[in-house]
Design a protein around this ligand. Structure first.
Ligand SMILES: *Cc1c(COP(=O)(O)O)cnc(C)c1O
Length: 395
């Protein structure tokens, strides 16, 4: 039987059976519009309110601080553009980091073209933002700091609580893209002084195309969708009821079993990292060795192209990703790998494998059997490798 091993959970996850089961009635018999006053509408209203409750609970937020959206990208766009528009009388300066997801980076670039000023903070070689850099970058006209909770490529988890303490003291709004962190990290928006937080259901075994934005009560935020009075007048458009129900169920499940799941992921992750280090030379781990997402492995293999590695792995039934899922197809190396100081050449030889709760020891054993063979074959064909190593060598 052909093997099929999915190691791309940072791109998306499968949806859990319990999540699908919770959603199904809302596609057919419970099809009411929550804005309607009749019993059909009230049924739908009750269901989204339950999902709001489930979401608020895991973040230690209030029920009325959760707003459902069309996913992580919309949440990021809304948080950043919404704060920018609502607070431009105070100032037009925003601080973010060089390693954000494009949903944040390109939103900031859009604002720069429209009269705002953005500071892109550097990161260290592990991909860590220094909270002191945040503090130093804050000016009287700064309105927002947006720093991701955990990075989607290299898995590094940022010092969010330290940054939150600084933004609170300075009176600047703090947004975090927590799309990769939700379901793997304990998040308390009060303890961490987070004012806005983005999350996306399909990254934690829920449906695609639905997410949420946490907005601290009192935050000045302009809507970006205009129309009906949904989401307490802040996000117009008839709600994606089945999606929202699925998000609520998925986030509840993710936190119910988080410790156990994380333990499983960390064990497999470290087995994979150490196994690769033992079997292959001229390889480096990208991201922080311990302050990283439980399922994230990102490594650079010298003398080879990540894309060739990906294709060879795919032929063996292993689904992974290179530098960045979002830039594959283009020849630019990942902005994250460049920001942690990798050369273009090394960045091009990078592979991301992100584990999920259905992965097993057998999956890892199979990767550890197949990957060294592929790397050896690709290096034997690499002019750079032959030149530097003086002929065909083993990895
Ligand atoms: C996946 C992802 C997004 C985008 O979320 P979508 O729901 O796919 O729009 C944003 N930020 C990070 C860190 C992500 O991993």
């Amino acid at each position: 039987m052909k093997r099929s091993i999915y190691l791309d959970h940072a791109a998306t996850t499968y949806m859990k059976k319990e999540v699908l089961d919770a959603m199904i009635p809302y596609f057919s018999q419970n099809y009411g519009n929550p804005s309607s006053v009749h019993s059909f509408g009230r049924e739908a209203r009750k269901a989204i309110d339950k999902a709001r409750e489930q979401t608020a609970k895991v973040l230690n937020a209030r029920f009325d601080e959760i707003f459902f959206t069309g996913g992580g990208t919309e949440s990021d766009n809304w948080a950043i553009k919404g704060v920018a528009l609502a607070n431009q009388n105070k100032g037009k300066h925003i601080i973010t980091s060089a390693i954000e997801h494009h949903a944040v980076l390109y939103t900031c670039e859009f604002l720069e073209k429209n009269g705002f000023e953005v500071t892109y903070l550097p990161v260290d070689s592990y991909g860590m933002v220094d909270p002191q850099d945040v503090e130093k970058a804050i000016r009287p006209d700064t309105i927002l700091v947006s720093i991701m909770f955990a990075n989607n490529e290299i898995g590094t988890i940022q010092p969010i609580k330290e940054i939150g303490a600084i933004t609170k003291e300075k009176g600047v709004y703090f947004h975090t893209d927590a799309v990769q962190a939700v379901g793997h990290v304990d998040i308390d928006v009060n303890d961490m002084n987070i004012d806005l937080l983005s999350l996306s259901s399909h990254k934690f075994y829920g449906p695609k195309g639905v997410g949420a934005l946490y907005v601290r009560k009192g935050t000045k935020l302009t809507p970006i969708f205009h129309g009906g009075a949904q989401e307490r007048n802040r996000r117009a458009g008839t709600e994606n009821i089945p999606g929202i129900i699925g998000l609520g169920k998925a986030i509840e499940l993710a936190y119910e079993n988080m410790e156990e799941n994380n333990k499983h992921l960390i064990r497999l992750r470290d087995k994979l990292i150490n196994g690769i280090m033992d079997r292959i030379d001229n390889v480096r781990l990208n991201g922080h060795p311990t302050l990283r997402l439980p399922g994230n492995v990102n490594m650079s293999f010298e003398y080879i192209e990540g894309e060739s590695l990906l294709l060879s792995l795919d032929l063996k039934g292993i689904a992974a990703s290179s530098g960045s899922a979002c830039t594959s197809g283009s020849l630019d190396p990942s902005h994250v790998l460049l920001a942690i100081g990798l050369s273009h050449e090394i960045a091009h030889g990078s592979l991301r494998m992100t584990l999920g709760d259905e992965n097993t020891d057998e999956d890892i054993d199979y990767v550890l059997e197949v990957l060294p063979q592929i790397v050896r074959r690709l290096r034997e064909m690499s002019p750079l490798f032959i030149q530097e190593k003086g002929g065909c060598q083993y990895v």
